[in-house]
Design a protein around this ligand. Structure first.
Ligand code: GLV
Length: 372
């Protein structure tokens, strides 16, 4: 006889991937999906939660706070977020209502780091304007430096702000570019990781793969901002009051002035970490050389955003919050490879009482503190 599996009701605010949702259905879950391009209005999420669902699958577009938890009082058992970032979920409210929420950390480290490196290259080597030259039939002839040149990555200094999972993945991948790294994090430095990276750099030097010995150093925020030819952001969004060291508008008019006028800013973390108007102004005034941005204070990017100013278009690359948008990373049902797989696994762990039913022991639960 087949074991009788528990049946749970789940509402997904988005189609996170057919195969992953099918995993839930195969376990006897009833899964309703808001299968639209746009996120559902908050009122719809509240209605669904109030209808007594056991689990809620969310994306970073859904504001999940006291109103949602109150609607699910006594019935909502888990919120499973299909993203690593969870600044849309009010952690204090989740803790007050004792609702565990999960995220998809780790599985998107490599895709996000890879993308950050690619857009760093795109802005530095002027891939946008260069392609437009060909497309618009404005490519006249080969010339040593006209109509423009880009900036190499090799031999330069990359400043990594935030040396957690994604920051480390970027450094690991970037070693082959033979650049120096300046690293800053509000948390203590991952010294073991840094030592291994230095050993790898030394090996490349001793093998004759590079003529210069490169280094990785942990420095102050100011030193990282001032010393980098590239400044790439890998911090969570922490609004004032949300953590000891908030990251909201960490990059602003004043901190942009610390950067070299030849340096580029890369943001694949969260939009509000950067004051966008200040970035546009800084590029226009030559305070920094350019920026490649994948995330914005308000998404999608407003039609009248100063970042769209045609006067800086050659120095600004803009992307639609796309860093983790690799096929495997987004859709694999394997919880060690895909966000969708990890999202449903986190939900299953809570609903089916894995790990002795203790959310504090479940690997994908974020707010473990509420259950200790
Ligand atoms: C994407 O930005 C994520 O947080 O997963």
């Amino acid at each position: 006889m087949l074991p009788v599996t528990p049946r749970f009701r789940v509402f997904a605010t988005c189609n996170i991937g057919h195969d992953a949702l099918q995993l839930l259905r195969d376990r006897g879950y009833e899964v309703e999906v808001h299968d639209e391009l746009e996120a559902p209005p908050k009122s719809l999420i509240i209605d669904k939660v109030r209808s007594g669902i056991d689990g809620l699958i969310t994306t970073l577009r859904d504001p999940i706070d006291v109103e949602v938890f109150e609607a699910g009082r006594g019935t909502l058992k888990v919120v499973a977020q299909d993203a690593v970032g969870f600044d849309n979920i009010n952690r204090a409210d989740a803790n007050r209502y004792k609702v565990p929420f999960t995220n998809t950390a780790d599985v998107l480290n490599e895709a996000t780091a890879e993308f950050a490196f690619l857009i760093l290259g795109a802005v530095a080597r002027k891939l946008g304007p260069a392609e437009n030259l060909v497309r618009d039939n404005r490519w006249g002839t080969w010339h040593p430096f006209l109509p423009f040149l880009g900036d190499e990555i090799t031999g330069k200094t990359i400043s990594v702000i935030g040396t957690g999972r994604i920051g480390q993945a970027l450094i690991k991948k970037g070693v082959g570019f033979d650049a120096h790294y300046l690293c800053y994090d509000a948390a203590p430095p991952p010294m073991d990781f840094f030592n291994k990276i230095q050993e790898t750099m030394d090996l490349r030097f001793h093998q004759g793969f590079t003529r210069e010995r490169h280094t990785i150093r942990f420095v102050s925020f100011e030193e990282a901002m001032a010393g980098g030819d590239f400044v790439t952001l890998h911090v969570p969004l922490l609004r004032p009051g949300e953590g000891a060291v908030p990251t909201w508008h960490l990059i602003n008019e004043n901190t942009l002035r610390l950067m070299k006028p030849t340096a580029y800013l890369i943001n694949t973390s969260r939009g509000p970490v950067v004051d966008e108007a200040a970035v546009a102004t800084a590029i226009k005034a030559g305070v920094i050389a350019g920026a490649a941005l994948d995330v914005f204070e308000k998404e999608p990017l407003a039609a009248d955003s100063p970042l769209r100013d045609p006067a800086i278009a050659d120095r600004v690359r803009l992307y639609p919050h796309f860093a983790s948008a690799g096929r495997t990373t987004r859709l694999s049902t394997d919880p060690d490879k895909g966000m969708a797989g990890r999202c449903v696994r986190g939900l299953i762990d809570v609903l089916e009482g894995n790990y002795g039913g203790n959310p504090a022991r479940m690997p994908y639960v974020v707010n473990k503190e509420a259950f200790r």
